[in-house]
Design a protein around this ligand. Structure first.
Ligand code: SF4
Length: 78
């Protein structure tokens, strides 16, 4: 799955939402989140993010590692 990290917080550009072919990017209070079970790993969202907030799960920068769980947890709480 792909993961949205810190650069999205309080920005929510939403260019990624337009690109996602399976509509698995959702809006939260302060950022957008990718549903880990719905993402098909197509990678279309990654290059359109203006602040490089989106990463493949294995490539999430270490300082933003907690965002992998944060994306999954967002959907647990719904
Ligand atoms: Fe959607 Fe593809 Fe990005 Fe996954 S990798 S969130 S399916 S655009």
């Amino acid at each position: 799955t792909y993961v949205i990290a810190e650069p999205c917080v309080d920005l929510k550009d939403k260019a990624c939402i337009e690109e996602c072919p399976v509509d698995c990017i959702y809006e939260g209070g302060r950022m957008l989140y990718i549903h880990p079970d719905e993402c098909v790993d197509c990678g279309a969202c990654e290059p359109v993010c203006p602040v490089e907030a989106i990463y493949y799960e294995d490539d999430v920068p270490e300082q933003w590692g907690a965002y992998t769980k944060a994306n999954a947890d967002f959907f647990e709480e719904l």
